[in-house]
Design a protein. Structure first.
Length: 412
């Protein structure tokens, strides 16, 4: 059975082929106005997201200089990660510009195919000599010049697939069998693949996206409450039955008990926050990034921000993320008012994704949550994450733009 056919079972689609002439005509965009008109974009969302991308670029450079100079991988070049991050940003922005030109209806038709591609990527990364192993985890596929992380792309594909699924199942949202069970099965398949890598953090984020969209789409409250209880029990069992996850949990509860072992990352992150105080020690003056804090330019970028720019810098980051998430839900509300439910659910899914992942990353950096391998969206170093984030924001801006066209009397 083909992968797309397998996805059709989960979604019970009506046989729409995204490559037919109708999809082609939709892709040409007959929407009564220039797609690139900047005045018709959500300016608050656009500039908030742009600020996070630029801020992230500066802080990735600041946090990676020492590591780049001391690493043979980078050829001991201080600006190695800066230039790679610039390349990732350029690719992400170009892909985002292309994604913005594609009508939302076409994204809906493509959603099961994209989910199938994501599943194939999660399978491929587990195949020897295809997936690349780093620090005991097999999460990347080497493309020579860069590594692709399928789990990052899968977050975007799950947003689109779950939104399409929920939009088509709106009349059945009170049914456990017809509304919940197929999506739960799909997420369990994705989860089984992610846990083999292992990538527990991505699994948590994808669960929050998929079931959050179902809940916002009208899933029965009792079913959702049961899901929350079962999910909590499942996550506790996954942590308890895994020695390294259990070690991380104990290290999180008291990082100073084993500051050179299980609590090493968190203890140094907390030291960075403590040194930063209100206004920080100054841009570029972090001590913790000097080979003390692991993954300073990826998972623990916020700790470097806290040390160099203090509480003020962290507050700016939190505020910008809050604005982006708020605008995503505002765009979603407008789309639902126009009865464009798939578009509204995608906007909510993007808001959930960025909100949940940024909260988890911030919680880990501040010692509120156990250590997990999740980057700070839009800011941390990483090509797949930046690409997926840029495309997601472009789709969000497209949803807002199409909504404005409908209100003006345009034809979709």
């Amino acid at each position: 059975m083909k992968a797309a056919g397998l996805l059709s079972w989960f979604g019970n689609r009506s046989g729409v082929n995204p490559f037919n002439t109708r999809a082609s005509s939709l892709a040409s965009g007959r929407l009564g106005g220039p797609v690139s008109a900047p005045g018709e974009l959500d300016q608050v969302l656009f500039w908030s997201a742009a600020s996070l991308l630029i801020f992230g670029l500066v802080m990735v450079y600041s946090s990676s200089i020492a590591f780049a100079e001391g690493s043979r991988i980078s050829g001991h070049q201080a600006s190695f990660f800066l230039w790679r991050h610039i390349v990732f940003l350029c690719i992400g922005l170009v892909c985002g510009a292309v994604a913005f030109q594609i009508p939302v209806r076409t994204w809906q038709q493509l959603s099961p195919w994209l989910a199938a591609v994501g599943l194939l990527g999660l399978i491929a990364v587990l195949i020897p000599h295809v997936g690349r192993e780093v620090n005991g985890a097999r999460r990347w596929i080497s493309m020579g010049f860069a590594n692709i992380q399928p789990s990052e792309l899968m977050k975007l594909f799950v947003v689109l697939y779950a939104a399409d699924y929920t939009a088509r199942k709106l009349p059945d949202m009170k049914s456990f069998k017809r509304a919940f069970l197929p999506m739960a099965t799909m997420i369990l398949v994705i989860g089984a693949l992610l846990l083999r890598e292992p990538d527990f953090g991505a699994f948590v984020v994808i669960c929050c996206i998929a079931f959050g969209i179902l809940f916002l789409g009208g899933l029965n409250a009792r079913i959702f409450g049961l899901l929350v209880v079962v999910a909590l029990i499942g996550f506790i069992l996954l942590i308890w039955l895994s020695p390294y996850r259990r070690e991380r949990l104990f290290g999180f509860s008291d990082p100073w008990k084993d500051a050179l072992g299980s609590g090493y990352q968190l203890s140094h992150a907390l030291i960075a926050f403590g040194r930063g105080e209100w206004l920080g020690v100054g841009l570029g003056a972090s001590v913790e990034k000097l080979f003390y804090l692991p993954e300073a330019h990826t998972d623990f970028l916020l700790a470097v921000i806290a040390e160099e720019l203090g509480f003020a810098g962290v507050l700016v980051v939190i505020t910008l993320f809050a604005v982006v998430v708020h605008r995503a839900f505002a765009i979603a509300r407008r789309a639902h008012q126009l009865e464009r439910h798939f578009a509204g659910l995608v906007a909510q899914g993007v808001g959930l994704w960025l909100g949940v992942q940024s909260l988890i990353n911030m919680g880990v950096n501040m010692g509120i949550l156990p250590t997990k391998g999740l980057t700070l969206p839009l800011m941390s170093f990483g090509g797949s994450g930046i690409l997926a984030n840029c495309v997601a924001l472009a789709i969000l801006l497209r949803i807002d733009w199409e909504g404005r066209q409908v209100k003006r009397g345009g034809v979709l």
